[in-house]
Design a protein around this ligand. Sequence first.
Ligand SMILES: [Zn+2]
Length: 244
Amino acid sequence: MILAALVLFRALSPLIETVEGELPIVITAPHGGTMAIPGGIERSNTGAKQFVTVTDTRTDVLARTTAAEVENATGKKPWVVVAKFSRKYLDVNRPVEVGAEGDAAKAVYKEYHDDVRKAVDAVRAKFGKGLLIDIHGQGSAPETVFRGTQNLKTVTGLSDLAGPTSFLGLLEASGVAISPTSAMAHDKENPKLDGGYTVQTYGSQHPDGIYSIQLEFGATYRATKAIPETAKKLATALQAFANN
Ligand SMILES: [Zn+2]
């Protein structure tokens, strides 16, 4: 039994950290890794749209710490899919033709998305709905967290987006400066950070999706000393979603 579970849910690749969850919550972090892909090549498709190779520093740690906080508070695990590979070798938050060059990277790309799909399917099967947060870092506004939902498309059907007891509302009330603010929740999102491939693929605009929100954290929230507090705030807001 235990072996079968391991075979089913442990990512085959040491380059992806996947945790089977028990809550209607999926936490993904595609850009925090630093490992080279064995047999992989550094990406060179510089002409492609949105070609970026920089690391979203410590977003892997933030994802992991948030998951641990949720588990501490609830005794249950959220689903987690965290990239350990460097974005220099693979960007899983892009279509495969932009993000992956060469067979080694393409294999890891497939595995990452197979794991996210497995998580989304499992959440839907058990709860009917769920929330995916895709954790990123941005370097333009240190005190800000940009929300990316393709201007609400990837949260289609979510009845309470930014109210006082919603995930985003609670996060904001705890001192996280989300843009657009909850009072202006229907304003246009930052066009450069309005939701990438992950939320576009797994969002609730699709019949097989769940509510999906990309969060682009400024440097202040991702500083080593700040991570425990940021994770705690995220975890508290996520629990409120899970309890609704
Ligand atoms: Zn990113």
